[in-house]
Design a protein around this ligand. Structure first.
Ligand code: ARG
Length: 829
C-alpha cells in the first residue's frame, strides 16, 4: 500500500488587501476662530465629542456581544505532504489526468483523517484541494503533494485554529527533520476574505526548453494593479531550475508590490529563496535545490511599475555541486554557481592539501553568505573552526598550521545570497612572503608598495613606521600621505590629521565659501554675515540675498541663500522656479538605491547615450538633456568626423550590438561644437547634439538634470562615471555599459597634480590611489552627482586625462556649471 506520511508543511496564504488610509484635515486654518469665540466653541465641541464617544462605545459593545460571534472568517493554509513509495510519473504534472485526480483523492482522504483527529480542525474545515505534485527531493521514490485547506470559523476562534494547526507539526528533531524536511509554523496567519484558488492565476512552465517569463504587460505597459500571479516552473528529473532576471523594476516598497521566489511549488515561507521589490542590485540569478520553483508577483492598487523579464533554463543537478580536493600549490574556489546566488540546501567541503612543510593561506575576494547573525545561524562558511557569514568582505588572510586546510560551506533551505570566491596559496611558514613585504594580516605585497602612502595591505600595516618622503606629509598617527591630499575634504590619514588646520579660521569659527571667517554663533541667524550667504545656505529657512556667485537665482531674478535648492523637493523661490523643470535625473519609475559593483544594470543610467560613427561603431558617450538634445564633448568631432551625417546616436542601449525593444537610434540633425573649443588645451570641451526627430522619454531614455551656474559640487563628493570606454589603458571599448564611483577633487590640488593644464572651466574627479577612472571611449559621457533627494545632476563631461586610472592622475571633466547659459542659449533647455 502507498503510505502517506504526515510530514506536513503549513503556511497560511496572505491577505493582500490594502489597509485603509487616514486622510488629513483639508485646511487646518479654517478651524481658527477669534479668541472671544474660542471658549464657547471648545465647550460645545467637548460635549459633542463626549456624546459621540458614548454612542460609539455602546455600539461597539452591542456589536461585540451580539454580532461579532456571528462574524465568520475564512482561512486558507498551504501545506505540502510527502508520499513515500510512490514513483513520480509525468501525469502528475497534469491536473486533468486521471492519475493526478486519484492521487489527489488519496491526499484529500488523508487530510480528512488528520483533521478528524482534532476537534477544532474537524469542526471548521471546509475542504482541501491538491494543487500540484512534484518529485520527492530526498527519496527518489516519493512524491510531494502541495495543497490548500480552507477553514471557516467564527472570528473569535482564530487563535484556537492557529494552535490546532501548530499541533500538527511533528516535533522538532523527528525523523522527518533529520531527513532534511523542515516543518513549518503557520506564522502571520491572515484572514482571507476572498477565497483565492491558486489554480486560476498560476501559469505552468516546463523549463526543459529554455525560455522566458515576463510580468503581465512587460515591456510595453506596467503591470496591472491588485493582482497575484504565480508561475510554477518544473524541470526534468535530475535537474535544477535556473532563473536569470534581465529586468526587475517594481515599486520600492515591498509592502506594496513584490516578487517572491520559492524552492517549492507552493508559497511555503520557509522555502522562500528571495523576496525582491524596487530596483534591486546584486545578483539576480537564482537556482533551485530540486526540480521545481515558484515565482509569485503580487501588486497592490497604487503605482504600477514596468515589472520583470526573467530567462529560465534547466541545468544538471550536479552543476550545483561543490567542494572537492585541491592539491595544486595555488588556486581558487567559490560557492556553487557563483556569481549566481547559491542554491539552498547546499553543503560543500573543500580539502586543500599542499606539499609537506608548507602551510595554506586563504583570502576571500567576494563574500556575501546569509545574514550576519551571531553564530551564523542560516548560511555560513567555516574555516579554521570559525563560522563566517554576512555580506562584509572578510579581508583577513586565513592561514593553516599544517599543510592541510578544510573549508566548508552550508546554505539552509531559505534565503539565498550571492556567495563567495576565494584564493588559496601554499607558503613556507618560515618565509611566508619570499621577496615581498609581509603585511600584518599575512598578505604579501610588492616591496615597492611598502611605505608608498597607499594602503595596499588593506590593514595599513605597509604604511606604518615609514620615513615620509619630500612629497609626503606625516599624519599624526605616523602614516605618510602624499601632500596633495592635505585639505581635500577627505580623511586620508584615518585620524583626520590631513584635514586639520586647513582653513585659517579657528575652532569656534565657520569658514565661509568666499574664504572669510565668522563666529559659528552667527550661523543661521537670518543675516548674511559671510557676505556670500554661505553662513545661511544650509539652514532651515532660506534668505533673500543680493545675487552673487554663491546664491541661486530664481526665475523672478531674486536670489536665495540656500545651497543647491533646485529639485530638492522643497519650494524655495516664491515663483516655484527652483522646483520647475525637474523631470530629470530620476527615471520615471524611481529607485532610491545606490548600486555597487562594476557592470551596470539595464535602465540604471537612462540618460547615457552611445555615439557611433557609421561604420566604425561606438566612439563617444553623451547624455540626454530632453527629447531632442544631447550633451557631449567637443573633441569627439575632429575635422574628419565633424559632419552630423557621419554619426548615429544609440539611446536606451545597454550592451553594444544588442538592440532590443527599448533601444532607439537616431540620426543627428546638427552638432554644435563650442566656438571656443581648443583642441590642444581641451579648453571648452563641450558640444550639443540635436537629434533628427524627437524621442519618446521612458524608463530607459530619460534626461539627466542640468545644474544651475551656482550649483556647488564640493571636493570629496562622490560621483558616478559611466560608459563603454576601455577598461584598460590602450584597450578596446567594452560591450556592457560600465560604471564606476569617483570623487570630486579640489581644483588647487588638481592643478598641482596635472601641472597647470587644468583651468576653471574644468573639474577633476577620480580616485587618487589609481585604478578607477574614465578612459578612451568614455568621452562625452556624464560625471553624475546625486543630490540628497536622489536626483542625478551632470557635473561634468568626460574630457581628458593623463593615461587612465594612474595614481595621482585624476580624470578631467568639462565643468558644466560654467556652460549653463551657453547650453540654454543653444537648446532652450
Ligand atoms: N579623451 C578620451 C576619449 O576620447 C577620454 C579620456 C578620459 N581619460 C581619463 N583618464 N579620464 O574617450
Amino acid at each position: 500500500m502507498d503510505a502517506l506520511d504526515s510530514r506536513q508543511k503549513f503556511s497560511p496564504t496572505q491577505d493582500w488587501d490594502v489597509t485603509e488610509q487616514f486622510l488629513q484635515a483639508s485646511d487646518p486654518r479654517h478651524l481658527e476662530k477669534k479668541p472671544g469665540q474660542r471658549r464657547r466653541l471648545w465647550v460645545g465641541l467637548g460635549l459633542l465629542f463626549t456624546a459621540a464617544a458614548l454612542t460609539l462605545l455602546t455600539g461597539l459593545l452591542v456589536w461585540h456581544f451580539h454580532l461579532r460571534s456571528d462574524v465568520r472568517v475564512n482561512r486558507i493554509y498551504i501545506g505540502s505532504m510527502g508520499i513515500s513509495n510512490k514513483p513520480f510519473v509525468a501525469e502528475y504534472e497534469d491536473p486533468s489526468s486521471s492519475l493526478f485526480r486519484s492521487l489527489a483523492d488519496l491526499v484529500n482522504k488523508q487530510l480528512k483523517l488528520i483533521y478528524s483527529e482534532n476537534s477544532v480542525l474537524a469542526r471548521y474545515v471546509k475542504g482541501s484541494t491538491v494543487q500540484a505534485f512534484s518529485e520527492g527531493d530526498v527519496d527518489p521514490d516519493s512524491v510531494v503533494a502541495y495543497y490548500e485547506s480552507e477553514f471557516e470559523l467564527p472570528a473569535h476562534q482564530e487563535a484556537s485554529l492557529n494552535e490546532a494547526i501548530q499541533s500538527l507539526e511533528p516535533p522538532a528533531g523527528s525523523l522527518q527533520v533529520q531527513r532534511g524536511r523542515l516543518m513549518l509554523n503557520p506564522t502571520n496567519a491572515l484572514t482571507v476574505r476572498s477565497v483565492s484558488s491558486g489554480e486560476r492565476n498560476s501559469i505552468e512552465v516546463h523549463v526543459r526548453k529554455s525560455g522566458r517569463i515576463d510580468s503581465p504587460g512587460f515591456p510595453d505597459t506596467s503591470y496591472p494593479p491588485s493582482m497575484s500571479q504565480k508561475w510554477r516552473l518544473r524541470a526534468d528529473r535530475g535537474h535544477r531550475i535556473r532563473l536569470d532576471f534581465h529586468t526587475l523594476i517594481l515599486e520600492d516598497d515591498c509592502q506594496n508590490d513584490f516578487i517572491k521566489i520559492y524552492d517549492s511549488l507552493a508559497p511555503i515561507e520557509p522555502q522562500l529563496l528571495t523576496e525582491q521589490c524596487g530596483y534591486p542590485h546584486g545578483s539576480l540569478s537564482f537556482v533551485s535545490s530540486g526540480n521545481v520553483m515558484l515565482v509569485m508577483l503580487v501588486t497592490n492598487k497604487e503605482k504600477n511599475f514596468p515589472g520583470f523579464r526573467a530567462f529560465y533554463s534547466q541545468i544538471p543537478a550536479d552543476d550545483g555541486e561543490c567542494g572537492g580536493k585541491l592539491i595544486e600549490e595555488r588556486g581558487t574556489f567559490s560557492s556553487p554557481l557563483f556569481p549566481a546566488n547559491y542554491p539552498p540546501k547546499s553543503f560543500c567541503t573543500w580539502d586543500i592539501q599542499v606539499p609537506k612543510e608548507r602551510f595554506v593561506k586563504v583570502l576571500f575576494k567576494k563574500f556575501a553568505v546569509g545574514k550576519d547573525t551571531p553564530g551564523c545561524l542560516d548560511d555560513y562558511v567555516e574555516i579554521n573552526n570559525q563560522k563566517l557569514c554576512g555580506s562584509e568582505l572578510k579581508t583577513t588572510m586565513f592561514t593553516s598550521q599544517s599543510n592541510k586546510m578544510t573549508i566548508q560551506f552550508k546554505s539552509d533551505p531559505s534565503h539565498v545570497s550571492q556567495g563567495f570566491t576565494a584564493e588559496y596559496e601554499a607558503f613556507i611558514p618560515t618565509n611566508p612572503c619570499p621577496g615581498k613585504f609581509r603585511c600584518s594580516n599575512n598578505m604579501c605585497i610588492n616591496t615597492t608598495q611598502h611605505c608608498d602612502g597607499f594602503n595596499d595591505c588593506g590593514d595599513n600595516s605597509d604604511e606604518f613606521s615609514c620615513k615620509c618622503e619630500a612629497m609626503q606629509m606625516e599624519c599624526k598617527n605616523g602614516l605618510c600621505k602624499t601632500k596633495f591630499w592635505r585639505c581635500d575634504g577627505i580623511d586620508d590619514c584615518g585620524d583626520n590629521s590631513d584635514e586639520e588646520g586647513c582653513v585659517k579660521c579657528t575652532d569656534g569659527e565657520f569658514s565661509c565659501r568666499n574664504g572669510r571667517c565668522i563666529s559659528k554663533k552667527l550661523l543661521c541667524n537670518n543675516k548674511d554675515d559671510c557676505g556670500d550667504g554661505s553662513d545661511e545656505s544650509r539652514c532651515e529657512k532660506s534668505l533673500w540675498l543680493q545675487c552673487s556667485d554663491f546664491t541661486f537665482r530664481c526665475r523672478s531674478g531674486r536670489c536665495i541663500s540656500k545651497l543647491n535648492p533646485e529639485c530638492d523637493g522643497e519650494l524655495d523661490c516664491e515663483d516655484g522656479s527652483d522646483e520647475a523643470d525637474c523631470q530629470c535625473g530620476i527615471p520615471p519609475f524611481r529607485s532610491s538605491r545606490i548600486i555597487g559593483g562594476q557592470v551596470s544594470r539595464e535602465g540604471e543610467w537612462p540618460w547615457q547615450v552611445s555615439l557611433h560613427i557609421t561604420g566604425k561603431g561606438h566612439t563617444c558617450g553623451a547624455s540626454v538633456l530632453n527629447n531632442r538634445w544631447l550633451l557631449t564633448a567637443a573633441h569627439c568631432f575632429p575635422d574628419e568626423f565633424a559632419q552630423a551625417s557621419q554619426w548615429e546616436a544609440f539611446l536606451g542601449l545597454h550592451v553594444q550590438g544588442q538592440t532590443n525593444e527599448w533601444t532607439v537610434t537616431r540620426k543627428l540633425k546638427q552638432v554644435i561644437v563650442h566656438e571656443k573649443f581648443d583642441h590642444i588645451s581641451f579648453d571648452n570641451d563641450i558640444a550639443l547634439i540635436e537629434l533628427d526627430s524627437n524621442l519618446i522619454l521612458n524608463q530607459y531614455i530619460w534626461p539627466i538634470c542640468l545644474p544651475s551656474p551656482t550649483y556647488d559640487f564640493p571636493a570629496g563628493q562622490e560621483a558616478w562615471i559611466t560608459g563603454w570606454g576601455a577598461t584598460v589603458e590602450g584597450g578596446a571599448s567594452v560591450k556592457i555599459l560600465q560604471k564606476a564611483q569617483v570623487r570630486i577633487i579640489n581644483s588647487t590640488v588638481c592643478k598641482d597634480l596635472l601641472e597647470n593644464w587644468v583651468n576653471d572651466r574644468m573639474l577633476c574627479a577620480g580616485i587618487l590611489t589609481g585604478g578607477v577612472d574614465a578612459c578612451q571611449g568614455d568621452s562625452g559621457g556624464p560625471l553624475a552627482v546625486t543630490n540628497p533627494r536622489g536626483r542625478i545632476f551632470v557635473a561634468g563631461v568626460v574630457s581628458w586625462g593623463e593615461g587612465c586610472a594612474l595614481r595621482d592622475k585624476p580624470g578631467v571633466y568639462t565643468r558644466i556649471t560654467e556652460f549653463r547659459s551657453w547650453i540654454k542659449e543653444h537648446t532652450g533647455v
